[in-house]
Each structure stands twice: as structure tokens, then as C-alpha cells.
Design a protein around this ligand. Structure first.
Ligand code: 5AD
Ligand code: SF4
Length: 472
């Protein structure tokens, strides 16, 4: 009988992308997706450790799985992702029923480790970041089972060379390693040939793309005068025939070069959306975080981007309650946020990550104060995002259709170039296939989404796919 699997994914797009690779490997090994977790023969937890509570959540989930496993002793449980990388031994110590622990550089071994565990007992394989090589570093080089046919992630770089005081990523994912330029363009071409029209380039710090490649080339005595920059990559991927949309995440404000902004402005397929994590608007807090820019410098870059890229949407990440953050620091963040006029922001309460510099800082901010600051900031962002949404009314937007709305199947859903969600009624001709590009006129705006009317279909997807229900 075909064995089935279920993968639960926590955290960022990198992890979602790793999940696609794990699914691809398990399917190449003869498995099929399980309808639900309870009936799966193999359960993989792809974990994240960037913010609080990830450990508690993992062990609670593993507790639930232990009960399931007593009813189905053949069930295999695997833990991968950042927590597995960080807490390799602790996981098996605390949850002896886990069959496989694999690190973030061992994703390509997931299927083999599950097979080995059936034969020889529990397997723990966690490669140190420093010991990895390119094959392990780039999940994009593995087969994937993509969730959607028309859109794909491409990892351009793994790891991070920065040392933001709050962040566990460099410790878990290791130093920056870039994937060679030509491989990336070839991958974009392969995906386009496969029917993909939207590509999202992924990296922890995409603007420093290629720095390590240049250093390695220089060491090898090669001519490195013409080194490819991230902007060149945007242009090259954007020029691939069949690629209609290029997105990327995330750039670091200190490394956002004018060349990247120009490439965004001059490459029609690169979407008019910049996710630029600010973290704080206070120079003191930014310095304590080691972010490498001031509020003013950040605003300069944002203003240059706004002035250069037509119709640009800007989103961000903010941390409230970093140790030592005063009311004055918070006000500085409020002012910066109001000035930028973000389209959306992910606001997080600071959570100490053991092993990071900030975890040992004094002057912690009481939780209630952090919650209050978060709410205040949220209100400011809501005002600008509502304002920006209102401004879209009357405009015609190019929309990439994703499927039917979950809440109301008489509506279909898609994303504009600015990455705004838009709902518009299904016409008599029936629902448009996911991956269709359509022009949609915006007729109304809510805080979280736009409402539109179909003007015309621009292009149909190359591949024939079912029409999924997507969440709103
Ligand atoms: N506490 C709170 N938020 C954090 N982030 C990263 N580390 C922490 C932490 N220790 C947030 C940052 C980052 C986003 C991916 O997660 O805002 O940009
Ligand atoms: Fe973490 Fe800073 Fe690197 Fe982003 S740039 S992954 S926040 S250390």
C-alpha cells in the first residue's frame, strides 16, 4: 500500500519552500499526500525558531503525535527546520518517539533518513552550517512538489552575515552562501518552460547577493571587476521569456543599493512592491540592534525608491519592546511609520532568543507596555494602508488570479502587482483558472483587501490546473 505523508510548516517562506522540497523527495520515494495528519504514515514538522514559543509549540505538537503513535505504531515522526538544527539532541531526549531529526542543511536527505529509520531505528542528521556545501545549501536544486503551478520560489542565497542583536538566524542558518548567477537564470527558464509565470527570489539579505561568490573568485585569482549584483539578477530573471512577475524578499535597508532600485524601476516584470524591514525608528534602538542605518538613512532609501519606482507599495517588519526601548524611542518609530505610510507591516513583540546578544541585555520592556506599543503602531499602519487602498479605487489593476474566495465562492481572488489581495465576482463565463492574468477595475476597498470588477482577461495559464479555494 502507498505510504502517505503530512507536513506541518511553521515560519517563513524559506521553510515553506523547504516543505515543497521535502514533499517532492517523499513523492519521489513513492509516497502520496495524506488527506489529514491523523491518517498519515509519516508526519514531518518543519519548524521555526525565530520568535518565542516555537519550542513549546513543538513539544505540545509532539505530545499530540505521541498519542496518535500509540494507536498507529508504524507512524513515523520527523522534525526538520530551524529548531531541529538548533536543538538536535534535545528533541530526541524530550520526545523519544521522534524517528528522524534533520537539520536545515539536510533537507535533501529527508526521504533517505525516514527509510533508514524504519530499518535501523531513530536517525539524527544535522550538518553544521560551516560544513555544508552547495548541494545541501540550495533546496531549489532538489525536485519539488509545488503547491501551485504558476508561481514558484527560488532560493538565491542562504544564511546571513549580519549580526542583528535580536536574531537567531545567523547562528542557525550559518554564513551567507549565494547560488551561482547562471544557475539561477537557468532555473527561472526551466520554471517558465514548466508553466510558471511568477517567481519569488528568496534570501535572508538579498541585496548582498553574490558577495561571497566574488570573494571566492578573487581568492581563486579570477577577474572580479564585473561582479553580478542583485539588481543584475532581477534584470536577468525578469527578462526570462514567460516570467511575468518577479518578487523578492527580503532586502536589508543598509544594503539596498540604487542599482537595485533602478533595476526594479526598469524591469517591467519586477513587481512594484518593496518589503523593507525597518525594525525600529529610533536611532538608539537601531544602533543597539546593530542594524547599520539610522531612521533618516532608512527614509532616504524609501524616498529614493518611491521617487524612482512608479506606484510603489512598501511593507515592513517592526519589533516592539526591544530591551531598553523607551517611550521616546517608541514615538520615533511611530513618526517614521506615519511618514513612510506603509501599505502593511508585520509587527512583532521582541522575544529573547537564547544565544543572541540581545538575550543578555538588561532593561527589558514589560509585556503590557510592548502590547500597547504594538497596538498603537498597528493603528498607524491601518490608517495608511486604508488610505492607500482607497487611492486604488477607480484604477485598473493587472491581477494574477489565485482561485475562489473561501468565504464567498461567488468571488474570485488574486493579487495585484503591489501584492494587494483583490476579490472580484465570478462572471457568467465561470471562474478564471489560477495563473490567469486579468485586468480588474477597483470599485471598493476594505482594510485588508480590494474589491473589483473584471475588465478583461489578459492571458491564460499554460498548464491546466484545478481551481483551488484560497483563504482570504
Ligand atoms: N523577536 C521578535 N521579532 C523578531 N524577528 C526576528 N527575530 C526576532 C525576535 N527575536 C522579526 C524581525 C524580522 C522578522 C522576520 O522577524 O522583524 O524582520
Ligand atoms: Fe536576522 Fe538581521 Fe540577518 Fe535578517 S539581516 S536574518 S534580522 S541577522
Amino acid at each position: 500500500m502507498t505510504r502517505t505523508y503530512h507536513i506541518a510548516t511553521y515560519g517563513c517562506q524559506m521553510n515553506e519552500h523547504d516543505t515543497e522540497r521535502i514533499a517532492g523527495l517523499l513523492e519521489a520515494d513513492g509516497m502520496a499526500p495524506a488527506g489529514e495528519l491523523e491518517s498519515a504514515d509519516v508526519v514531518v514538522l518543519n519548524t521555526c525558531c525565530i520568535r518565542e514559543n516555537a519550542d513549546n509549540k513543538l513539544y505540545a505538537k509532539l505530545g499530540d503525535l505521541k498519542v496518535l503513535k500509540t494507536h498507529n505504531p508504524d507512524m513515523q515522526i520527523a522534525v526538520g527546520g530551524c529548531l531541529a538544527q538548533k536543538d538536535r539532541d534535545e528533541i530526541r531526549e524530550r520526545a523519544g518517539h521522534v524517528d528522524v531529526v534533520f537539520g536545515t542543511h539536510n533537507v535533501h536527505r529527508a526521504a533517505q533518513l525516514l527509510d533508514d529509520a524504519r530499518q535501523y531505528g531513530p536517525q539524527v542528521e544535522v550538518l553544521e552550517a560551516a560544513a555544508r556545501d552547495d548541494a545541501e545549501a540550495f533546496p531549489s536544486a532538489l525536485p519539488a512538489r509545488r503547491e501551485v503551478d504558476y508561481s514558484a520560489w527560488v532560493t538565491i542565497q542562504v544564511g546571513c552575515d549580519n549580526n542583528c542583536a535580536f536574531c537567531i538566524v545567523p547562528a542557525v542558518r550559518g554564513p551567507e552562501l549565494s547560488r551561482p548567477f547562471d544557475d539561477l537564470v537557468a532555473e527561472a527558464q526551466r520554471l517558465a518552460d514548466d508553466g510558471v509565470s511568477e517567481i519569488t527570489l528568496l534570501g535572508q539579505n538579498v541585496n548582498s547577493y553574490g558577495r561571497d561568490l566574488t570573494l571566492a573568485a578573487r581568492k581563486a585569482g579570477e577577474d572580479t571587476r564585473v561582479r553580478p549584483l542583485f539588481g543584475d539578477l532581477l534584470r536577468a530573471v525578469g527578462a526570462v521569456d514567460g516570467i511575468e512577475r518577479v518578487r523578492y524578499t527580503s532586502p536589508h535597508p543598509k544594503d539596498l543599493r540604487p542599482e537595485t532600485i533602478e533595476a526594479m524601476a526598469e524591469t517591467p516584470s519586477v513587481c512594484e512592491h518593496l518589503h523593507l524591514p525597518v525594525q525600529s525608528g529610533s536611532d538608539q534602538v537601531l544602533a543597539a540592534m546593530h542594524r547599520g542605518y539610522t531612521g533618516e538613512r532608512y527614509l532616504e532609501r524609501v524616498n529614493l525608491a518611491k521617487a524612482t519606482i512608479d506606484d510603489l507599495a512598501i511593507t515592513t517588519d517592526i519589533i516592539v519592546g526591544f530591551p531598553g526601548e523607551t517611550d521616546a524611542d517608541h514615538r520615533a518609530t511611530m513618526e517614521l511609520v506615519a511618514e513612510v505610510g506603509y501599505d502593511a507591516a508585520y509587527i512583532f513583540i521582541y522575544s529573547p532568543r537564547p544565544g543572541t546578544e540581545a538575550a543578555s541585555l538588561a532593561n527589558t520592556v514589560p509585556h503590557e507596555v510592548a502590547v500597547e506599543r504594538l497596538e498603537e503602531l498597528r493603528r498607524v499602519v491601518q490608517r495608511s494602508s486604508a488610505h492607500n487602498h482607497q487611492e486604488r479605487i477607480g484604477r485598473t489593476e493587472r491581477v494574477l488570479v489565485e482561485g475562489l474566495s473561501k468565504r464567498d465562492p461567488s468571488q474570485q481572488t488574486g493579487r495585484t502587482g503591489q501584492y494587494k489581495l483583490i476579490h472580484f465576482p465570478v462572471t457568467e463565463a465561470g471562474p478564471l483558472r489560477p495563473g490567469t492574468y486579468a485586468d480588474v477595475q477597483v470599485v471598493d476597498a476594505a482594510r485588508q483587501y480590494l474589491v473589483g470588477e473584471l475588465v478583461e482577461v489578459v492571458s491564460r495559464p499554460k498548464t491546466r490546473v484545478r481551481i483551488p479555494v484560497v483563504s482570504v
